[in-house]
Design a protein around this ligand. Structure first.
Ligand code: GTB
Length: 216
Protein backbone atom coordinates (compact mmCIF):
# COMPACT_ATOMS: atom_id res chain seq x y z
CA UNK A 1 0.00 0.00 0.00
CA UNK A 2 1.42 3.39 -0.97
CA UNK A 3 1.71 5.73 2.02
CA UNK A 4 0.03 9.12 1.76
CA UNK A 5 1.40 12.23 3.41
CA UNK A 6 -0.03 15.72 3.69
CA UNK A 7 1.65 18.99 2.71
CA UNK A 8 0.74 22.65 2.24
CA UNK A 9 -1.31 23.34 -0.87
CA UNK A 10 0.29 26.79 -0.98
CA UNK A 11 3.88 26.66 0.29
CA UNK A 12 4.65 29.83 2.25
CA UNK A 13 8.37 29.51 1.71
CA UNK A 14 8.08 29.73 -2.10
CA UNK A 15 9.37 26.21 -2.54
CA UNK A 16 12.52 26.55 -0.42
CA UNK A 17 11.72 23.19 1.13
CA UNK A 18 11.47 24.52 4.68
CA UNK A 19 8.09 23.03 5.60
CA UNK A 20 8.29 19.72 7.40
CA UNK A 21 6.94 17.54 4.61
CA UNK A 22 10.35 17.88 2.91
CA UNK A 23 12.13 15.78 5.54
CA UNK A 24 9.50 13.06 5.17
CA UNK A 25 9.76 13.15 1.36
CA UNK A 26 13.56 12.91 1.77
CA UNK A 27 13.23 9.82 4.00
CA UNK A 28 10.95 8.15 1.43
CA UNK A 29 13.44 8.93 -1.34
CA UNK A 30 16.40 7.57 0.64
CA UNK A 31 14.68 4.19 1.02
CA UNK A 32 13.10 4.24 -2.46
CA UNK A 33 9.56 4.04 -1.10
CA UNK A 34 6.99 5.61 -3.45
CA UNK A 35 4.50 7.90 -1.72
CA UNK A 36 1.52 10.08 -2.50
CA UNK A 37 0.82 13.59 -1.27
CA UNK A 38 -2.51 15.12 -0.33
CA UNK A 39 -2.27 18.90 -0.48
CA UNK A 40 -4.21 20.92 2.08
CA UNK A 41 -5.18 24.54 2.45
CA UNK A 42 -4.62 26.21 5.82
CA UNK A 43 -8.38 26.09 6.33
CA UNK A 44 -8.67 22.40 5.52
CA UNK A 45 -5.91 21.69 8.07
CA UNK A 46 -8.23 22.93 10.83
CA UNK A 47 -11.31 21.02 9.63
CA UNK A 48 -12.52 17.96 11.61
CA UNK A 49 -11.48 15.60 8.81
CA UNK A 50 -7.83 16.58 9.17
CA UNK A 51 -8.00 17.00 12.95
CA UNK A 52 -8.88 13.29 13.10
CA UNK A 53 -5.43 12.63 11.63
CA UNK A 54 -3.52 15.42 13.36
CA UNK A 55 -4.81 16.73 16.69
CA UNK A 56 -2.89 20.01 16.23
CA UNK A 57 -4.16 20.62 12.71
CA UNK A 58 -0.76 20.64 11.05
CA UNK A 59 1.20 18.96 8.29
CA UNK A 60 2.77 16.50 7.72
CA UNK A 61 0.68 13.42 8.46
CA UNK A 62 1.26 9.86 7.29
CA UNK A 63 -1.39 7.30 6.40
CA UNK A 64 -0.80 3.72 5.43
CA UNK A 65 -3.66 1.26 5.80
CA UNK A 66 -4.76 1.33 9.44
CA UNK A 67 -1.82 3.41 10.57
CA UNK A 68 -2.00 7.19 10.90
CA UNK A 69 0.92 9.20 12.24
CA UNK A 70 1.72 12.85 12.83
CA UNK A 71 5.00 14.54 13.90
CA UNK A 72 7.67 14.58 11.23
CA UNK A 73 10.23 12.93 13.56
CA UNK A 74 7.91 10.01 14.31
CA UNK A 75 7.16 9.61 10.62
CA UNK A 76 10.84 9.61 9.64
CA UNK A 77 11.56 7.09 12.41
CA UNK A 78 8.73 4.87 11.19
CA UNK A 79 10.04 4.96 7.62
CA UNK A 80 13.58 4.26 8.86
CA UNK A 81 12.40 1.29 10.92
CA UNK A 82 10.38 -0.24 8.10
CA UNK A 83 13.06 0.03 5.42
CA UNK A 84 16.78 -0.51 5.14
CA UNK A 85 19.15 2.39 4.73
CA UNK A 86 18.40 4.99 7.38
CA UNK A 87 19.22 3.11 10.60
CA UNK A 88 22.17 0.78 11.23
CA UNK A 89 21.57 -2.90 12.02
CA UNK A 90 23.88 -2.89 15.03
CA UNK A 91 21.73 -2.04 18.06
CA UNK A 92 24.19 0.36 19.68
CA UNK A 93 24.79 2.17 16.40
CA UNK A 94 21.03 2.28 15.87
CA UNK A 95 20.50 3.80 19.32
CA UNK A 96 23.08 6.48 18.51
CA UNK A 97 21.41 7.32 15.21
CA UNK A 98 18.08 7.70 17.03
CA UNK A 99 19.82 9.83 19.66
CA UNK A 100 20.86 12.25 16.89
CA UNK A 101 17.28 12.34 15.63
CA UNK A 102 16.18 13.51 19.07
CA UNK A 103 19.11 15.93 19.30
CA UNK A 104 18.05 17.49 16.00
CA UNK A 105 14.41 17.92 17.03
CA UNK A 106 14.77 18.52 20.77
CA UNK A 107 18.00 20.47 21.10
CA UNK A 108 18.93 22.08 17.79
CA UNK A 109 15.55 22.86 16.22
CA UNK A 110 13.98 24.82 19.15
CA UNK A 111 16.42 27.79 19.14
CA UNK A 112 16.34 27.86 15.32
CA UNK A 113 12.55 27.99 15.42
CA UNK A 114 12.73 30.90 17.85
CA UNK A 115 14.78 32.81 15.29
CA UNK A 116 12.36 31.98 12.48
CA UNK A 117 9.44 33.07 14.67
CA UNK A 118 11.16 36.29 15.72
CA UNK A 119 11.99 37.21 12.12
CA UNK A 120 8.78 36.12 10.40
CA UNK A 121 6.06 36.67 12.98
CA UNK A 122 7.42 39.12 15.56
CA UNK A 123 9.48 41.52 13.49
CA UNK A 124 7.02 44.36 14.19
CA UNK A 125 7.22 43.96 17.96
CA UNK A 126 9.19 46.62 19.85
CA UNK A 127 11.15 44.01 21.84
CA UNK A 128 12.33 41.98 18.83
CA UNK A 129 15.46 44.10 18.25
CA UNK A 130 16.58 43.42 21.81
CA UNK A 131 15.59 39.78 21.73
CA UNK A 132 17.23 38.75 18.44
CA UNK A 133 20.83 38.81 19.71
CA UNK A 134 19.82 36.55 22.62
CA UNK A 135 18.11 34.11 20.29
CA UNK A 136 21.11 34.10 17.94
CA UNK A 137 23.44 33.49 20.89
CA UNK A 138 21.44 30.41 21.90
CA UNK A 139 21.78 29.07 18.35
CA UNK A 140 25.54 29.73 18.31
CA UNK A 141 25.97 28.00 21.69
CA UNK A 142 24.30 24.95 20.23
CA UNK A 143 26.17 25.03 16.91
CA UNK A 144 29.52 25.51 18.69
CA UNK A 145 29.00 22.12 20.33
CA UNK A 146 27.54 20.45 17.26
CA UNK A 147 30.48 21.65 15.18
CA UNK A 148 32.91 20.08 17.68
CA UNK A 149 30.94 16.82 17.67
CA UNK A 150 31.01 16.61 13.88
CA UNK A 151 34.66 17.66 13.57
CA UNK A 152 36.05 16.51 10.23
CA UNK A 153 33.63 13.61 9.91
CA UNK A 154 31.36 13.25 6.90
CA UNK A 155 28.27 12.31 8.95
CA UNK A 156 27.44 12.38 12.66
CA UNK A 157 28.20 8.66 12.96
CA UNK A 158 30.00 6.22 10.64
CA UNK A 159 27.46 6.43 7.85
CA UNK A 160 24.52 8.57 6.81
CA UNK A 161 21.45 7.92 8.97
CA UNK A 162 18.03 9.31 9.85
CA UNK A 163 19.94 11.35 12.47
CA UNK A 164 21.76 13.21 9.70
CA UNK A 165 18.59 13.54 7.67
CA UNK A 166 16.83 15.36 10.51
CA UNK A 167 19.87 17.35 11.63
CA UNK A 168 20.48 18.66 8.10
CA UNK A 169 16.76 19.39 7.64
CA UNK A 170 16.85 21.50 10.80
CA UNK A 171 20.10 23.31 9.92
CA UNK A 172 18.77 24.16 6.45
CA UNK A 173 16.45 26.66 8.14
CA UNK A 174 19.53 28.76 9.02
CA UNK A 175 20.61 29.18 5.43
CA UNK A 176 19.34 32.72 5.03
CA UNK A 177 20.57 33.85 8.47
CA UNK A 178 24.32 33.84 7.75
CA UNK A 179 24.91 31.91 11.00
CA UNK A 180 25.59 28.57 9.35
CA UNK A 181 28.44 30.08 7.32
CA UNK A 182 30.27 30.79 10.59
CA UNK A 183 30.79 27.03 10.88
CA UNK A 184 32.58 25.74 7.76
CA UNK A 185 32.29 22.08 8.77
CA UNK A 186 28.54 22.41 9.41
CA UNK A 187 28.03 24.30 6.13
CA UNK A 188 29.87 21.54 4.27
CA UNK A 189 27.82 18.91 6.14
CA UNK A 190 24.56 20.56 5.10
CA UNK A 191 25.82 20.86 1.51
CA UNK A 192 26.65 17.12 1.49
CA UNK A 193 23.11 16.38 2.59
CA UNK A 194 21.62 18.67 -0.05
CA UNK A 195 23.78 17.02 -2.71
CA UNK A 196 22.33 13.57 -2.04
CA UNK A 197 20.19 12.46 -4.98
CA UNK A 198 17.37 11.54 -2.57
CA UNK A 199 17.31 15.07 -1.14
CA UNK A 200 17.37 16.52 -4.66
CA UNK A 201 14.32 14.47 -5.62
CA UNK A 202 12.48 15.44 -2.42
CA UNK A 203 13.31 19.11 -2.95
CA UNK A 204 12.18 19.00 -6.58
CA UNK A 205 8.88 17.36 -5.60
CA UNK A 206 7.98 20.04 -3.06
CA UNK A 207 9.15 22.79 -5.43
CA UNK A 208 6.81 21.41 -8.10
CA UNK A 209 3.88 22.08 -5.74
CA UNK A 210 4.86 25.74 -5.53
CA UNK A 211 5.42 26.04 -9.30
CA UNK A 212 2.10 24.38 -10.09
CA UNK A 213 0.41 26.80 -7.76
CA UNK A 214 1.93 29.76 -9.61
CA UNK A 215 0.58 28.49 -12.91
CA UNK A 216 -3.02 28.12 -11.70
N1 GTB B 1 6.43 19.17 15.45
C1 GTB B 1 5.63 19.10 14.25
C2 GTB B 1 6.33 18.19 13.24
O1 GTB B 1 7.56 18.09 13.30
O2 GTB B 1 5.65 17.56 12.41
C3 GTB B 1 5.44 20.51 13.72
C4 GTB B 1 4.57 20.53 12.49
C5 GTB B 1 4.42 21.93 11.96
O3 GTB B 1 4.85 22.93 12.59
N2 GTB B 1 3.81 22.02 10.79
C6 GTB B 1 3.62 23.30 10.19
C7 GTB B 1 2.13 23.58 10.08
O4 GTB B 1 1.38 22.70 9.75
C8 GTB B 1 4.20 23.27 8.79
S1 GTB B 1 5.92 23.14 8.81
N3 GTB B 1 1.75 24.83 10.35
C9 GTB B 1 0.40 25.25 10.22
C10 GTB B 1 -0.26 25.49 11.54
O5 GTB B 1 0.33 25.20 12.59
O6 GTB B 1 -1.40 25.99 11.50
C11 GTB B 1 6.35 24.69 9.54
C12 GTB B 1 6.76 25.65 8.53
C13 GTB B 1 5.86 26.45 7.93
C14 GTB B 1 6.26 27.35 7.01
C15 GTB B 1 7.57 27.44 6.70
N4 GTB B 1 8.01 28.39 5.77
O7 GTB B 1 7.19 28.96 5.10
O8 GTB B 1 9.21 28.61 5.70
C16 GTB B 1 8.49 26.62 7.31
C17 GTB B 1 8.07 25.72 8.22
Amino acid sequence: MTPIITAFEQPFDRGQGLARDTRVRWAFEEVAQPYEVRLLSLRAMKEPEHLMLHPFGQIPTYEEGDLTLFESGAIVLHIAERHEGLLPENLNARARAIMWMFAALNTVEPPILELVTARLLESDKPWTRERLPLVEKRIRNCLDQLSVSLGDAVWLEDRFSAGDLLMISVLLRLKSSGILEEYPNLSAYVARGEARPAYQRAFAAQLAVYKNRLQH
